[in-house]
Design a protein around this ligand. Structure first.
Ligand code: NAD
Ligand code: ZN
Length: 252
C-alpha cells in the first residue's frame, strides 16, 4: 500500500535534488493564520463591498476614506495574525537549498515576519504607503494619524497603501525579476494560489514552460493542476510541517 504521505515524500525528494527552488505563494498560505483569502471570504467587508471598488484607483478617487478604512482593517488583521508553519518552513527552506527565491502575491508581511529575506513582492506590501502625487514611499506608520485620508509629509498629497490595485501595472522590477527566476529555477512550488490573477500567474506557468517541475500545494483544484508534476491536496501549514519532518529525518 502506498504511504499516506507519498505526495510529501515525493516533494521532499525533489527538494533534496533541486539546485534552484522557486516558491510562489498566494493568499492561501496565510489562511491558517486566520487571514481570509480573496475568493473564499463571505463575511465582513469582503461581502459588503465590491473588492473592485475597494482595491482600484477609481474606487479610491470616488471614496478615499472608505478605501482607507478597509485597508486599516486589513492591516490590523495582518498585524494580529501570526505566521503559520507554511511561512516558517518556507523561511527555513531558504537555507537548505543551493539557491532559493520566494515570490509572493501577498501583502500581509507574514513571510518577512517568519524570517524570509528578500521576497519578491508582486503586489506590494501593507508595510508601506505611497504618495499619489510625488510617488514618495513611507512606512505604513506614516498613515497612522487620525486623518481619514492621510497626507504626504513631503508634499501634502494623498497617501495610499503601496499595493497593486485592480487594473494597475505590477512593479516592473519585481515582475522582471520573478520571471527571470521562473526561467532559471528547476523546481517551482506554487502554494495557496488560485493562479487566476495575471500577470502574477505567469510565474508558475513560465517555470513550467522553461522546464522546471511544478508542484502545487492547495486543498482545492486550481488552474495549475494540469501543468503540475505533483499536486499536494492539503492545507499549506499541514503540508509544510510534515515536509520539514521528512527533510529533517534524512538531512538531520
Ligand atoms: P485567491 O484568493 O485567488 O486564492 C487562494 C487560494 O488559496 C485558493 O486556490 C484556495 O483553494 C487556496 N487555499 C485556501 N486555504 C488554503 C490553505 N490552508 N493552504 C493552501 N491553499 C489554500 O488568492 P491569490 O491566488 O493569492 O490571488 C488573489 C489576490 O488577492 C492576490 O493578488 C493577493 O495579492 C490578494 N490577497 C492577498 C492576501 C494576503 O496578503 N494574505 C489576502 C487576500 C487577497
Ligand atoms: Zn508627496
Amino acid at each position: 500500500m502506498p504511504s499516506p504521505e507519498a505526495d510529501l515524500e515525493d516533494l521532499a525528494a525533489r527538494i533534496r535534488k533541486s539546485r534552484h527552488l522557486l516558491v510562489f505563494t498566494g493568499a492561501g498560505v496565510s489562511r491558517e493564520s486566520g487571514l481570509p483569502t480573496f475568493r473564499e471570504a463571505q463575511s465582513g467587508w469582503w461581502a459588503r463591498y465590491d473588492p473592485m471598488k475597494l482595491a482600484s484607483a477609481e474606487g479610491f478617487l470616488a471614496d478615499p476614506a472608505l478605501v482607507w478604512s478597509w485597508y486599516r482593517w486589513r492591516k490590523a488583521l495582518a498585524r494580529a495574525a501570526e505566521p503559520n508553519a507554511a511561512h516558517h518552513v518556507i523561511a527555513w527552506l531558504e537555507k537548505r537549498v543551493p539557491r532559493f527565491t520566494l515570490v509572493t502575491q501577498n501583502v500581509d508581511g507574514l513571510h518577512a515576519r517568519a524570517g524570509s529575506r528578500a521576497a519578491i513582492e508582486l503586489h506590494g506590501s501593507l508595510e508601506r504607503v505611497r504618495c499619489c502625487d510625488c510617488g514618495a514611499v513611507f512606512p505604513w506608520e506614516t498613515a497612522a494619524s487620525e486623518e481619514a485620508v492621510p497626507r504626504c509629509p513631503s508634499c501634502s498629497g494623498r497617501l495610499r497603501p503601496d499595493v497593486v490595485w485592480f487594473g494597475e501595472a505590477l512593479p516592473e522590477a519585481a515582475l522582471t525579476a520573478a520571471l527571470a527566476v521562473a526561467e532559471a529555477c528547476d523546481l517551482c512550488l506554487a502554494v495557496g494560489t488560485s493562479a487566476l490573477v495575471y500577470p502574477a500567474a505567469w510565474v508558475p506557468q513560465m517555470a513550467c514552460a522553461a522546464g522546471a517541475a511544478l508542484v502545487e500545494i492547495n486543498p482545492e483544484p486550481t488552474a495549475l493542476r494540469s501543468l503540475a508534476a505533483l499536486s499536494i491536496a492539503r492545507p499549506a501549514g499541514e503540508a509544510f510541517a510534515k515536509l520539514k519532518a521528512l527533510l529533517d529525518d534524512v538531512s538531520g
